[in-house]
Design a binder for this molecule. Sequence first.
Ligand SMILES: [Zn+2]
Length: 214
Amino acid sequence: MSETVRVFVPQEGLTLTWPQRCARCGSTGKLVESPCRVGRVKSLRPSLLIGLTIRSDVLFLPVPLCKAHATQNELAAEILEHSPVMRLLRVLAYLGAFMAFALVYSSLFNPGGWQRVSNMGWFLLYPTLSVAAIGAIVWARKRFAVWPERFDPDKDVIVVHFSDPTYAREFKYKNHKVTDETLTESPPWYKKSLLWKAVVIIAFLLFMQMLIHR
Ligand SMILES: [Zn+2]
């Protein structure tokens, strides 16, 4: 079971103290500082010359890891990254995997299904790759050491997952100033920006519905 720690990011920048052993296997041998990236988009603004100006924050957490686990952790963090591109790829992978399931079902249980599915040719590449991608996501979730998942959309807080709960508790203790719950606790449900965005979208859809059916 992994452990989640919420870390407050002060205006003047974040300085963290890491327990000096590999965050995955606990080895104290040769450690490398593996940079784990976490980002957020602060604002999107159309501009005349470039088309779109994106203001974003990117934070690098230098996680001490042994060499083998540094490589593994970087790959896992890449697969699980919360950037718009990776999120889109993951959604496509879930859709493709669902399609793969439907195709397998159809080729097994529908008369002539196997023939129809095998006639799809190159198109079968998409569901096949999607299943492989889901495999990679499952692998990444089992194999990361430290995964800074995302910024809290409502606070200057990052959400960091640790695969080793003992390491997580020690990290929290060593950085108690920025992991203190009074600083990092998530806001009550009625203060969450996502909730109000959803309310606005639903209200807009209802309004459109009313206009159409008038
Ligand atoms: Zn290790």
